[in-house]
Design a binder for this molecule. Structure first.
Ligand SMILES: *[C@@H]1O[C@H](CO)[C@@H](O)[C@H](O)[C@H]1NC(C)=O
Ligand SMILES: *[C@@H]1O[C@H](CO)[C@@H](O)[C@H](O)[C@H]1NC(C)=O
Ligand SMILES: *[C@@H]1O[C@H](CO)[C@@H](O)[C@H](O)[C@H]1NC(C)=O
Ligand SMILES: *[C@@H]1O[C@H](CO)[C@@H](O)[C@H](O)[C@H]1NC(C)=O
Length: 490
């Protein structure tokens, strides 16, 4: 019966479609603006089951001071903006536009029947190291500032919250800063009301990690954290335990080595107990220090083997998650190889035993040394295209002062920028950010492109200015995915 009514309402809506989740893409909200909610959390509305995304709102050209934004969604792919849940207040001692309001987390408190927001509260020089607290009767806010306190007297930097589904208790996770006496990550229980911290449950001592989050299965807890390399991604690690108090395992990597966790930082995980399966999602941030407000989201399913005591992120360019059943599947695309593409100018194909068909296209520069994929099949509707590339800058930039690759004191560049032109239409140049990979490591990054219907499309990739040079990254292949509008919601 319930199923029938769902189908009928889908028919009434005329053209009800499910959206895909596309890690690293430019995500737009229902107003057409970039989704701007970084290092936050997704909280489920206890009454409606709706997903609410909270995060740091980054103002263009600014690092901090934007407050906490909030968006809602029924499918984790379509996001409606509800503005700021916590707006900065001019002259306020803790939430003025010059203060740091980072890593906001929101939980429901049954005791007071309201939503509680906690975050890393600080001044602009990270001299306070406090936890901020605000509350609202409505999940969407606005949230009213309550306090900023030192957790049980200690310092608190990167902040996370975990709620145990077995008893509903929430826990704060926080690194106690970068100074030598700190460098721990604390796991501390809240009181029943989630209004204050109660007692330390565990201390991850001297690992010097940050961006903590915990994911829970029926048998285990996995605590994920990143190393401390600022906005530059690194290898996120996880610890496993049977109980929150430990003993906790040694840390282990959660993604293939040298992918820097698919160019992302940990921060939150979301568990969806669906009708058929439980989906464990890693909600990571792909920071862009050149342009923080354009930072992206790397949301990926996690594969957890409780028997083997393993957890790993599963890369998908594009995937389809059914939040009702908990099932997800990779969307299948069509691949076109650089080995079969045309090059112009100084661009050429070079032997690369790690690349598809043993070659990679390199020397992509400006608009006269390009690579063109021909005979690309399109649908006439916008579709995601993933560009598999290698960026060997290794987070340095070759000929810049102090900026040679992977070396001490390197000038961290983070990305090259490629131009992408469809069917030779140079009036419409798309910009493709290609973050550092490693030598021999190929990662992908997506763009939503408008291809003509039919099999005669061309996609030409050149190099755009990234602040240093006009170099595009080396190309391995592209994968063209079917449009979202062809995919009917179940
Ligand atoms: C931040 O707080 C610390 C500790 O009170 C203080 O030493 C520092 O000057 C403050 N920074 C700013 C920018 O106010
Ligand atoms: C909460 O939402 C309800 C319904 O939308 C509204 O009537 C009420 O004023 C809101 N409360 C606050 C504090 O914003
Ligand atoms: C915070 O905890 C560390 C150990 O984790 C300790 O050395 C330090 O003194 C504590 N700081 C405060 C302000 O309590
Ligand atoms: C191509 O590059 C030249 C400089 O090398 C520049 O003047 C021109 O505007 C570029 N054209 C396009 C379409 O980007």
């Amino acid at each position: 019966m319930a199923r029938l009514s769902v189908c009928i309402s889908a028919l009434l809506a005329g053209f009800s479609t499910a959206k895909y989740i596309v890690p690293g893409g430019r995500w737009h909200d229902t107003d057409g603006n970039l989704v701007n909610a970084h290092a936050g959390c997704v909280t489920v509305d206890k009454d409606t089951g709706k997903f609410w995304l909270f995060g740091e709102y980054k103002v263009e050209g600014q690092t901090e001071g934007g407050g906490v934004s909030v968006y809602s969604s029924d499918d984790l792919a379509t996001w409606e903006s509800h503005g700021l849940a916590l707006a900065p207040v001019e002259g306020h001692p803790y939430i003025s536009p010059s203060h740091i309001i980072q890593r906001p987390k929101v939980v429901y408190s049954e005791v007071s029947d309201e939503y509680h927001m906690w975050w890393h509260a600080d001044n602009s020089t990270y001299g306070l190291l406090l936890q901020g607290f605000a509350r609202s009767p409505n999940i969407s806010g606005p949230y009213t500032f309550e306090s900023a306190t030192a957790p049980l007297g200690n310092w608190s930097q990167d902040f996370g919250i975990f709620t145990d589904y077995k008893d509903g208790r929430s826990y704060a996770l926080y690194s106690n800063g970068d100074r030598q006496e700190g460098r721990d990550v604390y796991l501390t229980a809240y009181n029943d009301d989630t209004t204050a911290l109660d007692k330390v449950i565990h201390r991850f001592e001297k690992y010097d990690l940050e961006a903590p989050t915990i994911v829970q299965t029926d048998k285990s807890y996995y605590a994920l954290m990143s190393h401390k390399t600022g906005y530059r991604p690194n290898n996120v690690v996880a610890f496993r335990a049977d109980s929150l108090a430990g003993p906790w395992s040694q840390p282990f990597m959660v993604a293939p080595l040298n992918t820097r966790t698919f160019n992302s930082q940990s921060g939150f995980t979301l568990t969806i107990k669906g009708k058929k399966k439980t989906a464990y999602l890693y909600l990571g941030d792909q920071w862009d220090s050149n342009s923080l407000w354009e930072s992206r989201y790397i949301w990926l399913p996690m594969e957890i083997g409780d028997r083997e005591k393993t957890l790993s992120l599963v890369w998908n360019d594009v995937y389809d998650l059914d939040v009702k059943t908990g099932e997800w599947s990779a969307v299948k695309g069509k691949t076109y190889y650089a080995a079969d593409a045309k090059t112009t100018g100084a661009a050429f194909k070079q032997e690369a035993n790690f690349a598809s068909k043993g070659v990679i296209a390199t020397g992509i520069y400006g608009n006269d040394s390009t690579v063109t994929f021909e005979g690309v099949e399109g649908s006439g509707k916008p579709q995601w295209v993933s560009f598999y590339y290698q960026n060997t800058d290794d987070m340095g930039f070759g000929d810049q002062p102090g900026g040679t690759p992977d070396r001490i004191g390197g000038a961290w560049q983070l990305r090259r920028i490629a131009s992408v032109v469809v069917n030779g239409n140079e009036q419409k140049v798309e910009t493709l950010f290609q973050r550092d990979t490693h030598k021999g490591i190929i990662l992908s990054t997506p763009l939503l492109l408008a291809l003509d219907k039919g099999k005669e499309n061309t996609i030409t990739v050149g190099g755009l200015w990234n602040g240093f040079d006009y170099k595009g990254a080396d190309l391995d292949r592209i994968v063209v995915y079917p449009p979202e509008t062809d995919h009917k919601k179940h």
